[in-house]
Design a protein around this ligand. Structure first.
Ligand code: ATP
Ligand code: MG
Length: 353
């Protein structure tokens, strides 16, 4: 038995990963691989919520994300990378957890509301769309994860997860309603109440200079972008500053990039000073420097990625191994949850070919 704390996080396969994914979550995952038991989910059924007609793309994106993970430094020998659709306990727990959440509570989730707006879903979303918010609580709790490294936008989802964990433990495991979140497992609760681990950059702004970097908003720098593409995209970042001698706002989007991607702290401090003072420094110059730093970050990733470019078999093998390891743990959780919830009638085992 390992005593390392456990983390669960992941991505919806909706295309290639971008810098927002990297600084918001993947970078942290790479750092935690040795000290934590790590599970990384490809939430592929959640991609069907809005793209049920694009199953081929979702399948391709699922494999591409694994390539991006490997490129960014995730090691499948240490971390478990798996497909949501191969872990049945997640689906079974989703149904049970749906009974613990008032319908209106799910619909009040601000991230869900935001997505409906941004994706222009209006009133025409599937039943499965809000269900995915419940599903996400099951993704996390099936692994009895203690923490979840995510970007800021995921915090409301995690709050829902924390509510489900508390409610389950109170209802089915006699955990006192005034118990500290941190004590739930110790007091006999099946589920730890997980915490969000939002990194230093919880919300990387996109190259439009306004919104969260996001594939759907066309403001993303992808892990696979060439130095030329990076430079061009950054060139479009609008700050509103008119001249090299105008004092600039070091809290604008450009300076978020400066602080996030230029590794030399002394250089960052000097750029901040010169910009704030309007000391003969143009936005264009800073953009070139940031673009170079980003391309230097991406170059080794792109080099590593080449190894796996045309090799689907290796990727599938990684996923198969990951799913087996994910199922070993989540079947155990499911049995505990069924016992607690009163429908654990007998043991069962999953059968693999
Ligand atoms: P996209 O809109 O580009 O498809 P997404 O937000 O839908 O991205 P998810 O798969 O939902 O991507 O998120 C994966 C992880 O990456 C989450 O933890 C999310 O918070 C994080 N993330 C995504 N975009 C950003 C960003 N711009 N800044 C910080 N973190 C981000
Ligand atoms: Mg999303």
């Amino acid at each position: 038995m390992t005593t390392k704390p456990r983390i669960l996080t992941g991505d919806t396969p909706t295309g290639q990963l971008h810098l927002g994914h990297y600084v918001g979550s993947v970078k942290r995952r790479v750092e935690l691989q040795d000290s934590h038991e790590c599970y990384f989910i490809l939430a592929n059924i959640h991609a069907y919520t809005t793209r049920v007609d694009k199953s081929d793309e979702i399948r391709r994106d699922s494999l591409e994300i694994v390539r991006d993970y490997l490129a960014m430094g995730i090691d499948p020998k240490k971390a478990v990378i798996f497909l949501q659709t191969e872990v049945p306990a997640i689906f079974e727990l989703t149904f049970l957890f749906a009974m613990l959440l008032p319908f209106n509570r799910v619909m009040r989730n601000p991230t869900l509301k935001d997505e409906i707006k941004v994706k222009g879903l209006g009133e025409n979303y599937s039943f499965g769309f809000p269900l995915y918010a419940v599903g996400q609580t099951a993704d996390i709790l099936a692994f009895r994860a203690h923490s979840v490294p995510v970007g800021e936008d995921q915090v409301p989802h995690l709050e829902l997860t924390r509510e489900v964990a508390r409610k389950f433990n109170q209802l089915f495991c006699n955990v006192d309603e005034h118990a500290d979140d941190a004590d739930h497992e110790k007091l006999g609760g099946v589920f730890p109440v997980p915490v969000a681990d939002v990194g230093k950059v919880g919300r990387l702004i996109g190259t439009d200079g306004v919104n969260k970097m996001s594939k759907s908003l066309n403001n993303a720098i992808f892990i696979s972008d060439t130095p030329k593409q990076v430079k061009k995209k950054l060139g479009q970042l609008y700050t509103g500053r008119q001249s090299m001698t105008e004092p600039g706002d070091i809290h604008n989007a450009l300076f978020q990039y400066v602080r996030t991607f230029i590794p030399d702290e002394a250089r960052v401090a000097e750029l901040e000073r010169a910009y704030a003072a309007g000391d003969n420094i143009g936005d264009g110059h800073i953009k070139v420097e940031v673009a170079q730093a980003i391309s230097e970050l991406l170059a080794p990733m792109q080099e590593r990625r080449k190894q796996f470019e045309d090799d689907d078999d290796t990727i599938i093998d990684i996923l198969k191994d990951g799913c087996a390891r994910a199922n070993a743990l989540t079947e155990q959780t499911l049995a505990m949850a069924k016992d607690a919830a009163g429908y654990g009638f007998f043991k069962r085992a999953l059968c693999y070919e």
